[in-house]
Each structure stands twice: as structure tokens, then as C-alpha cells.
Design a protein around this ligand. Structure first.
Ligand SMILES: O=C(O)C1=C[C@@H](OP(=O)(O)O)[C@@H](O)[C@H](O)C1
Ligand SMILES: C=C(OP(=O)(O)O)C(=O)O
Length: 432
């Protein structure tokens, strides 16, 4: 599907979808449990890949009409899957499930779409191999398809922290049900660190203890997953909130606000988007008790933003920077190149088609904003949900129509994204 956006003003209220990161963890944690109810779960292409895997491991995921998931777990002992595990486009699924598969007493095969089969899995495979598991990339290049033969008993292992924090999440979640537990030593500084905080929080909510150490993280073995009261509720997603928030900051109608609901504080590093938009000059009011954020349009200025902790915000910040006056310097961004696409290049090249000048370095992106009006253009969504959503925002304030090719991939994290834009007053057209 291609989507053509006509420049539009926005106003009104929008509800954030539930957090993708919390939902993945909650579904898998419920899988590790005997049984659990997960309320307010995100039901997107990526989280469904995790749910399918829990079923391949011998669990059952039953979705009710109100979005509640009733999950029968595999109780810490995954079956050897009866089929290949297809993680589709989801990096989180592949990393978290690779470590879970290592617990099975037999062989699991994991694959995904072309994008996922090009993303780095090597450090996780090496860590599992160091822990005594056979863990291979079929092509020997550290990428999926992966073949994993357990069982994993646990132990002490070192791993880099600058490729993906998901390796750490994966090993902590699986480590809790091993015999020996897992002690992880970080070989480098940890990027995307708040995502491990989310993991520690979800583990605690499922009665599992894991903690930071002087050199990394550790989890004792022999633990059982069980959420307090049998239930777990997923909070709103701040990466997703970044899009309506940015839409309000650049395109709210004169004298109007955009209100975002479902924005209760949580461990998500991406809640930094509130402070970033504010720092650029927008008028933002976050009522943390009510979980609402009100934003209205104001002239924006370029700023420096370090995305070490918040890689998923880069596309949104790049679009904000394109609209802002002056330079926006996005630093510490090398790990943003390992996502569904290389998002540093993707945003530089696609915004370039809209007349925006950028300077790209290996670990940073400078957006030279505000020099002239953004030009409507035909741009590629790169089959990457965040690139599609960020370019849609640029289309709101461009001169003329902007067509985003391959826009269906928003289903990965934000089904209903275009419907939400329409509710806020955006005029857009979908073409098959
Ligand atoms: O654990 C998670 O839920 C995620 C961790 C981050 O990835 P990296 O740790 O690979 O940077 C983030 O980009 C991704 O969207 C979700
Ligand atoms: C990188 C992302 O997710 P994943 O790593 O799960 O594919 C994302 O949602 O931006």
C-alpha cells in the first residue's frame, strides 16, 4: 500500500497504542509461567510473532475481543518446536526467543523476513555457545537463519553491550529458569540501556529477581514466573507516542492542541521525546498522573540529541529537525544502523528527496533544518515502520503531496497509525 499525505493541520485526542517492548516481554514471561493474563497487550505483527512462538514451545495464547491475552505457558520448559520459528520482522522476538529455544532439549530453527535475516545475531550465538549450547548461523555470517540445540544450563559469560541490548534481555529471561542462573559481563558500554530496565521491571512483576552487577547483570536460576495476582497490564508506548506528539508540535492548527492519552510514566527511555520536543521549543504539558500529554505548535529550533539510550526516536527527531530552524545534531547513533533498516542513512536519503540537507557520519546525523520549506515527494518507507511514520509527519508540513511507498509496515508496532492521523484531521489517501 502507498499512502499519499496532503499537508494538513491536526487537533484532537489520540490514544497511544500499548508498548511493544512490554508486550513482547509479558507474552514471553507468561510463556515461561504456568499461566497468566496479559491485559492491554499490543496486538501487532511483531508481538504476534512472539505469541506464535510461545505456542510452538507448547503454550497457548488466547486473545479475547477486548485485547486481553489469556496465556497457558510452557512452564519454564519449552518443547522442541514442531516447525521453524518465523520471527517475521521482529528483532525482539528473534533475540528473546533464541535464548528461550536454547532451553529446549533438542534443536530449534529460527528465521525471519529479509530485513531480519540481515540483522546481527552473532554476539548472542557466541554467548550461547560459550554457555555450552550449539548455536549457529546457517550461513556462518552471524545472521538468521539460526539453529540452536539446547539445553542451556546457565553459567558466566561475557557479551558486547553496543550491538543490541536485546541479547541481555534474552539471556536474563531464559537464565531465570536454568539450573545455574546466568551472570553476564559487559565487554563494552551498554547502548539502549533503558530496555534492560524494562526487562528488570517486567521480571520483577512476574516474581523473578534479576539485577545489575558491577560489570553487567545477573539472574539466579531455578526461579518461577508468576505475575502478581495472575495478571499483568501493559503501559502505553512512548516510541509510538513520539509520532502524534511530533505531529502536534509541527502541525497543530492555530490555537489548537493535540492531546495524547495513555502516557503514564514507565521505564521506557523513549519518554525522553517529551523533553526533546519541549527543548526544541514546542509547548508541551505532560500530566503524569492522568497520563495525558497536551502539545501545541510553536516555532522549533534545532538542538543536539544523544540517542544512545533511545535509538527508536531517531526517525522522529530527524523529521522534527527538518522542520526546525537551524541544525539538529543526533549523536551516538551507530546502533540505529542495525534496525529494520539502517535508519541513519534511510532518514538522510528520504528527507533528502524532500529537499532537506543532512550530514551523515557513522555514529551521527546532522539535519540542516528550516533552510526552506519541505518539498512534497515520493519517498520509500523502506519497509520500516518507523521510517514510514516519520516520513508521514514530514508530509504534514511539506509543500505539496507526499507519497510514502510500502506504508503497510506500520502494522509492526502501530496498527491503526493512519486511522489515528485521520482522526486528528489529516487528509490522506491509500492506494493498493
Ligand atoms: O528490547 C526491546 O524491546 C528493544 C530494544 C531496542 O533494540 P536494541 O537493544 O537492539 O538497540 C529497540 O531499538 C527495539 O525497538 C526494542
Ligand atoms: C528496532 C525495532 O524493533 P525490533 O528490534 O524488535 O525489530 C523497532 O521497533 O524500532
Amino acid at each position: 500500500m502507498n499512502v499519499t499525505i496532503t499537508p494538513s493541520h491536526v487537533a484532537g485526542a489520540a490514544r497511544a497504542p500499548p508498548s511493544k517492548s512490554y508486550t513482547h516481554r509479558a507474552i514471553l514471561a507468561a510463556g515461561y509461567a504456568d499461566e497468566a493474563i496479559v491485559r492491554d497487550a499490543l496486538w501487532s505483527a511483531d508481538t504476534q510473532a512472539t505469541a506464535r512462538t510461545v505456542e510452538l514451545f507448547g503454550g497457548d495464547v488466547d486473545r479475547h475481543d477486548d485485547g486481553t491475552l489469556e496465556i497457558d505457558g510452557f512452564d519454564g520448559r519449552p518443547d522442541v518446536p514442531a516447525d521453524v520459528i518465523d520471527c517475521a520482522n521482529s528483532g525482539t522476538t528473534m533475540r528473546l526467543v533464541t535464548a528461550a529455544a536454547a532451553l529446549a532439549d533438542g534443536t530449534s530453527v529460527l528465521t525471519g523476513d529479509e530485513s531480519l535475516r540481515s540483522r546481527p545475531q552473532g554476539p548472542l550465538l557466541e554467548a550461547l555457545a560459550d554457555l555450552g549450547v550449539e548455536a549457529d548461523s546457517t550461513r556462518g555470517n552471524g545472521q538468521a537463519p539460526l539453529v540452536v540445540t539446547g539445553p542451556l544450563a546457565g553459567g558466566e559469560v561475557s557479551i558486547p553491550g553496543d550491538v543490541s541490548s536485546q541479547y541481555i534481555t534474552a539471556l536474563l529471561m531464559a537464565g531465570a529458569v536454568t539450573d545455574e542462573g546466568i551472570e553476564l559481563d559487559l565487554e563494552t558500554d551498554l547502548k539502549s540501556a533503558p530496555y534492560v530496565d524494562i526487562t528488570l521491571e517486567v521480571l520483577a512483576d512476574f516474581g523473578v529477581e534479576a539485577h545489575k552487577t558491577e560489570t553487567g547483570f545477573a539472574v539466579d536460576g531455578g526461579q518461577s514466573y508468576a505475575p502478581t495476582g495472575g495478571e499483568y497490564a501493559v503501559p502505553g508506548d512512548f516510541s509510538s507516542i513520539s509520532y502524534p506528539l511530533a505531529a502536534g508540535a509541527i502541525a497543530a492548527a492555530e490555537g489548537e492542541t493535540v492531546r495524547i492519552e495513555g502516557a503514564q510514566p514507565s521505564a521506557q527511555g523513549d519518554s525522553a521525546i517529551v523533553e526533546i520536543v519541549e527543548r526544541m521549543g514546542a509547548d508541551v504539558d505532560w500530566n503524569q498522573d492522568a497520563g495525558t500529554i497536551d502539545v501545541s505548535r510553536a516555532p522549533l529550533s534545532g538542538i543536539e540529541v544523544d540517542v544512545e539510550d533511545t535509538p527508536d526516536l531517531l526517525p522522529t527527531i530527524a523529521t522534527l529537525g527538518a522542520v526546525a530552524d537551524g541544525d539538529t545534531h543526533i549523536t551516538n547513533a551507530e546502533h540505529v544502523r542495525y534496525k529494520e533498516t539502517d535508519r541513519v542513512s534511510a532518514m538522510a536519503e528520504e528527507l533528502g528527496k524532500m529537499g532537506v540537507e543532512t550530514t551523515e557520519k557513522q555514529d551521527s546525523l546532522m539535519i540542516h533544518g528550516g533552510a526552506s520549506e519541505l518539498e512534497g515527494a515520493t519517498v520509500s518507507g523502506r519497509d520500516d515502520h518507523r521510517i514510514i511514520m516519520a516520513l508521514s509527519l514530514a508530509g504534514l508540513v511539506a509543500d505539496g503531496e507526499t507519497t510514502i511507498e510500502g506504508a503497510d509496515h506500520v502494522d509492526v508496532s502501530f496498527p491503526g497509525f493512519f486511522e489515528l492521523l485521520e482522526e486528528l484531521g489529516v487528509s490522506l489517501e491509500r492506494r493498493a
